[in-house]
Write a protein that binds this ligand. Sequence first.
Ligand SMILES: Cc1cc2nc3c(=O)[nH]c(=O)nc-3n(C[C@H](O)[C@H](O)[C@H](O)COP(=O)(O)OP(=O)(O)OC[C@H]3O[C@@H](n4cnc5c(N)ncnc54)[C@H](O)[C@@H]3O)c2cc1C
Length: 402
Amino acid sequence: MDSWKSFDLLNPTDEHKMLRDMVKSFVQSEVEPQAHKHDKAEKFNLELFKKLSTLGLLGITVPEHYGGSGMDATAVVIAHEELSASDPGFCLAYLAHTLLAVNNLAVNGSDAQKKKYLPGLSDGSLVGAMAMSEPDYGTDVLGMKTSALIEGDHYVLNGRKMWITNGSVDENKTPCDFVWVYAKTGEGGGRPLISTFIVEKGDAGFYVGQKITDKLGMRASNTAELVFENCRISADRLVGQEGDSMHHMMRNLEIERVGLAAMALGIARRSIEIMNKYATERSAFGKPLNHYGQIQKYIAESYAEFRSAQCYVYETARKLDLTKEGNRLDSDGTKLVATTMSKNVADRAIQVLGGYGYVGEYHVERLWRDAKLLEIGGGTLEAHQKNIARDLAKSGLARLGF
Ligand SMILES: Cc1cc2nc3c(=O)[nH]c(=O)nc-3n(C[C@H](O)[C@H](O)[C@H](O)COP(=O)(O)OP(=O)(O)OC[C@H]3O[C@@H](n4cnc5c(N)ncnc54)[C@H](O)[C@@H]3O)c2cc1C
């Protein structure tokens, strides 16, 4: 009768627990030793990224018959929380590949497209990215200017995409292998028709405009501007039908946002570990720092806020079906609450460490810089606020049974 009480929200099955242990051990031996160095050098560790395939992480949600691990949204959250607890920049590159590009294809692509790309994207031979944002259009996504026009059995793409994580894989503007591109293909019912295309490295007219440098955080991931200049691709690179993109985008944005919220959990957890240890070991005026009420407030509030966000993220992931849309309210809700929580927790950690918190060796300044991106990328806080208020106006709290 009471068996439900032993349910572990964070590791609901043995497979989830094994995944967490495996990623944790990989993070300790391979990710942590390079995190600080790659942040300082603003370099993406491509070699380490490819190694994630040995753990089955690159195709984590890809069905096994396409070469992936066939896991669910909870597994996605576990992988992102664990990687981000060490190196959020590296984890962002992982997220852009695994969720923005690969999961999008696994859910929305045709069987032929999946057979062609998913095995390589899952085994590390191909690196993927997703290109939605443009220099003049971010939140206002329907305003995008990148266009695709059909010419015989080809489409011709023209436009520029901005801020594309993994857009370039190195310092020499080498593009990634696979880009999931959103482009305008006309108008319908007074609205722009947005369609999805697969562009490959080597396609004529596709190149990296610039690698964006000197970012505040997430410096271990590459961000690039991608250019499509009369880029000719065969018509079979269209995903689904012309005008289908709103479905692709909306369905995929849900897991993207939950993945970004999971990254925020990793940042907060690590920050709490660091400030708690420091406050126990460091003394001032003859007593450990954690003896003082103001320091206790930083630690206690951080812990309670982290645990609240963690429960919300895992509960949302538990219910999220990767093949269906309909979870926008809570996927936006988790990202809204977890990202600002992680930035605040990292900020308090810096404060608890005093001057030491302000330098790289103690990690928390990097975590704080990385946390800020999560309030912008994958949807700004303001976009989540609007979506949530809009969805609640339609449905109230009915989904909670009230
Ligand atoms: C490091 C990094 C990595 C990224 N990776 C990718 C990627 O891989 N692929 C990709 O496609 N994009 C990526 N992005 C882009 C990211 O998703 C956008 O930056 C984000 O969606 C915001 O768009 P914007 O920068 O154009 O800002 P804008 O949309 O111009 O917003 C500027 C400000 O205005 C606010 N605002 C806008 N509209 C409204 C409104 N109606 N009401 C109230 N406030 C509003 C915003 O909330 C924000 O505060 C990345 C960005 C960064 C910085």
